[in-house]
Design a protein around this ligand. Structure first.
Ligand code: GRF
Length: 215
């Protein structure tokens, strides 16, 4: 079966990109990375992409209207044969036109259990709220920031004494598991968007609950 051709968009260190690169390195994984695109030439993740021999593009957003930037990104993705987009720490918002053009074909990862704690400073928000369980979410992109049908979530305990950094590290480890999983579900045709929801076929019910603190 042909592998789904994915474009991964980054702005920074690219550890989620790394998790996707590792997943795609398995020839039985149903997706492959056709392009890694960054709006920042100094994004650390670009080195990882180049090291893996992937095609890389840098499109600087500065001094451009949002429409022009999006048109350039769209052209680069199409030129590389991209069919599906994974945003992995990509710090730009797209125009409605771009989201429409790639409707239901863009995933994003966010370090909270959406719809809680949207936007920036997510780990600070999580700690400030005093929740005992945080987590991360892969969702289908819609125009409003950090909204869209949810594909996969991971729940992660929040511990007394956590700092934004320690919590971020724990959540990031879960991000690296759920992003490849979410991509696989789409690439295998097992995830399907129905309105505001994603339906998953062929999954099973997990047992038990994550209780935090455990006792
Ligand atoms: C991750 O925490 C992701 O959830 C958020 O931005 C961060 C990107 O990290 N959207 P990395 O660049 O993948 O290491």
């Amino acid at each position: 079966m042909a592998r789904l051709k994915v474009g991964v968009l980054i702005s920074g260190r690219g550890t989620n990109l790394g998790a996707l690169i590792d997943a795609c390195a398995d020839p039985t994984f149903p997706a492959e990375i056709a392009l890694v695109l960054s709006n920042k030439g100094d994004a650390k993740g670009l080195a990882r992409a180049r090291g893996a021999g992937l095609k890389v593009a840098v499109i600087d957003h500065r001094g451009k209207a949002r429409e022009s930037f999006d048109a350039e990104v769209d052209a680069a993705l199409r030129a590389a044969g991209v069919e599906f987009i994974c945003l992995a720490g990509f710090m730009r918002l797209f125009t409605a036109a771009f989201v429409e053009r790639w409707y239901n074909r863009i995933l994003n990862i966010h370090p909270s259990l959406l719809p809680s704690f949207k936007g920036l400073h997510v780990h600070e928000q999580t700690l400030a709220a005093g929740v005992r369980i945080g987590g991360c979410t892969v969702h289908v992109l819609r125009f409003a920031m950090d909204t869209g049908p949810i594909v996969v979530q991971a729940a992660v305990p929040v511990l007394d004494g956590d700092t934004p950094e320690s919590l971020a590290d724990r959540i990031l480890a879960a991000e690296h598991k759920i992003y490849p999983l979410a991509l696989r579900l789409f690439a295998e045709g097992r995830a399907r968007v129905e309105g505001d929801h994603v339906r998953i076929s062929g999954s099973y019910e997990p047992e038990g609950a994550l209780i935090s603190p455990p006792a």
